[in-house]
Ligand binder design. Structure first.
Ligand SMILES: *[C@@H]1O[C@H](CO)[C@@H](O)[C@H](O)[C@H]1NC(C)=O
Ligand SMILES: *[C@@H]1O[C@H](CO)[C@@H](O)[C@H](O)[C@H]1NC(C)=O
Ligand SMILES: *[C@@H]1O[C@H](CO)[C@@H](O)[C@H](O)[C@H]1NC(C)=O
Ligand SMILES: *[C@@H]1O[C@H](CO)[C@@H](O)[C@H](O)[C@H]1NC(C)=O
Ligand SMILES: *[C@@H]1O[C@H](CO)[C@@H](O)[C@H](O)[C@H]1NC(C)=O
Ligand SMILES: *[C@@H]1O[C@H](CO)[C@@H](O)[C@H](O)[C@H]1NC(C)=O
Length: 467
């Protein structure tokens, strides 16, 4: 595999398209909500506005989220999760109901500026083993038909966010770009359909993943500030993998006869934790790099309940921490003063759960307690190359305990690891390692995590006896 990578391989006119077509250069952000303590949608909408973010991409179409965009002037892309593709592909009525409930209702009576419906999310990702191959295009067609029937087709466009792994280059030259052989015919049908309906192609491009997957990937080629061994494709010089990847798509589209299809960058970004290449400095370097781009950043805010199957970095894509605090200075569009934090965020008191000074790291309950805590909370900031890799063994244990304690809203019973833990009012954060204080849980989410966190001591004793 070359440095472009087979799956993250790359236009000609595209760089031009990317930087020139959208003279407004409006910046968008992906807002995912897989978080234990999500900020209230009204706080998020204000955060977007305060930061000059004019477009938002959602992964579903929750009414309470959409309602908060009413009258905000923010353009919205709503999403249909992959799990719904089957029913929408197989029923015109299901597609009509989806559009009626999740688009028409908000556009007409609620003044939400919905511009796109994203059908599926990276449904052709290689790791899905073809699960959504047969349902994606029929679902796109049914949603388009439903938009036409609802009289919205001129205003709301259908699209399908695809990972850059749907195309590749046979050499490192973008000009050799074409769609992945196993889905090439299907991709051409979809692209023709989008073109026919004046709809855009949406692609997610991740130089971070190129670096994550390939230890030999040249780090500087992932960024926009120059690389000493650029790719020369028949005289066109590529100094970063993003542009090369993007142009590979443009070539693939041109070869299918759709060279003038509009391309939206649905996701681009860099995580700040959970991997040796995921940190605040590199994320700032990447996100500040491309200049005024017409794209949706991934993502707006950290999500502590995302699956870590792709890697521990998965919970750290935000330009803001979970509580809406900016991670680094980023100038978005005309806003050159850096990011504005979320307002009206209420934290729990300054209390942390840590390992008690009298406990021993040799205590046989320690390992069990730590894995119990980490299974139920978020320990992805621990480990090699992460923000908390500077901790010693006691620090590690404390981090796990605190993560659990905060997850359960500082309930006293959530800091009763048997003879091991104690509550402190002294912030144990050290260097880059942040011991979080959770935000107050929203009333609207009085679900599981407000309940008592099992009877932890008993649970641990039981587990211990089983071992
Ligand atoms: C509207 O979207 C929500 C959130 O994705 C989904 O749960 C619901 O089923 C959709 N409504 C219809 C009628 O399909
Ligand atoms: C895809 O196949 C691999 C190997 O057979 C398997 O490990 C993985 O769980 C499958 N993924 C899905 C989403 O079915
Ligand atoms: C794109 O190209 C097709 C075929 O060449 C043409 O019919 C169509 O009008 C073009 N669309 C745009 C937006 O230029
Ligand atoms: C952003 O920059 C300002 C001044 O240059 C500095 O005071 C502030 O701490 C920085 N913020 C972050 C999140 O780095
Ligand atoms: C802290 O925990 C991490 C992840 O669990 C581990 O890789 C590291 O070795 C631990 N450090 C110490 C000093 O125990
Ligand atoms: C905690 O320590 C006390 C005294 O050292 C001991 O009696 C007790 O069994 C310990 N509790 C647990 C759950 O290990």
């Amino acid at each position: 595999m070359g440095i472009l990578g087979k799956s993250y391989g790359f236009e000609i006119t595209t760089i031009l398209l990317l930087f020139m077509v959208n003279t407004a250069h409006s910046i968008g952000a992906n807002w995912g909500t897989q978080a234990s303590h999500p900020l209230h949608p009204s706080i998020i909408v204000k955060l977007l506005r305060d930061n000059g973010i004019q477009k938002v991409k959602l992964f579903d179409a929750e009414a309470r989220v959409l309602n908060s965009f009413s009258g905000s002037g923010i353009e919205v892309m709503v999403g249909i999760p992959n799990e719904m593709l089957y029913s929408i592909a197989n029923s015109v009525e299901a597609a009509e109901r989806w559009v009626e409930r999740n688009v028409s209702a908000h556009v007409s009576s609620n003044n939400v500026d919905i511009r796109y419906v994203a059908v599926g999310n990276e449904p052709f990702l290689s790791t899905y083993n073809g699960t959504f191959i047969s349902t994606t295009f029929p679902a796109i067609r049914n949603i388009q038909a439903a938009l036409i029937k609802a009289g919205l087709a001129n205003r709301v466009k259908v699209t399908c966010p695809l990972n850059a792994d749907v195309y590749q280059s046979s050499t490192e030259q973008p000009s050799t770009g074409d769609f992945r052989p196993d889905i090439r015919d299907l991709m051409i049908e979809i692209v023709n359909f989008l073109s026919l309906n004046g709809a855009p192609f949406t692609v997610n491009i991740y130089p971070f993943i190129s670096l994550y997957n390939d230890a030999n990937f040249p780090v500087d080629f992932a960024f926009f500030d120059g690389y000493s061994s650029p790719i020369n494709d028949q005289g066109r010089i590529y100094t970063n993998v993003f542009d090369a990847n993007y142009d590979t798509l443009v070539w693939a589209l041109q070869k299918s006869g759709n060279g003038n299809l509009t391309i939206i960058v649905g996701e681009m970004g860099w995580p700040t934790d959970g991997d040796r290449n995921a940190n605040v400095a590199l994320a700032q370097r990447f996100n500040q790099g491309p200049g005024p781009v017409d794209a949706y950043l991934f993502g707006l805010i950290d999500e502590d309940e995302k699956s870590v199957q792709p890697g521990n970095f998965e919970r750290h894509w935000g330009i803001f921490y979970f509580d809406g605090t900016p991670k680094y200075n980023l100038s978005l569009g005309s806003n050159s003063r850096g990011l504005v934090p979320a307002s009206n965020v209420h934290h729990l008191p300054n209390r942390w759960c840590v390992m008690s000074s009298s406990a021993s790291t040799e205590d046989p309950q320690v390992a069990l307690s730590v894995s119990y805590a980490c299974d139920r909370a978020d320990c992805t900031s621990l480990g090699y190359g992460t923000s908390c890799s500077n901790l010693d063994a006691r620090g590690n244990i404390s981090y796990a305990f605190n993560s659990y304690y905060q997850e359960y809203n500082q309930l006293e019973t959530a800091c009763q690891f048997p003879n091991l833990s104690v509550i402190t009012t002294t912030d144990p954060s050290i260097g880059s390692c942040r011991f979080n204080v959770m935000i107050q849980p929203a009333n609207s989410r009085s679900g599981g995590y407000l309940l008592e966190p099992v009877k932890m001591v008993q649970m641990l004793v039981i587990l211990w006896t089983l071992l």
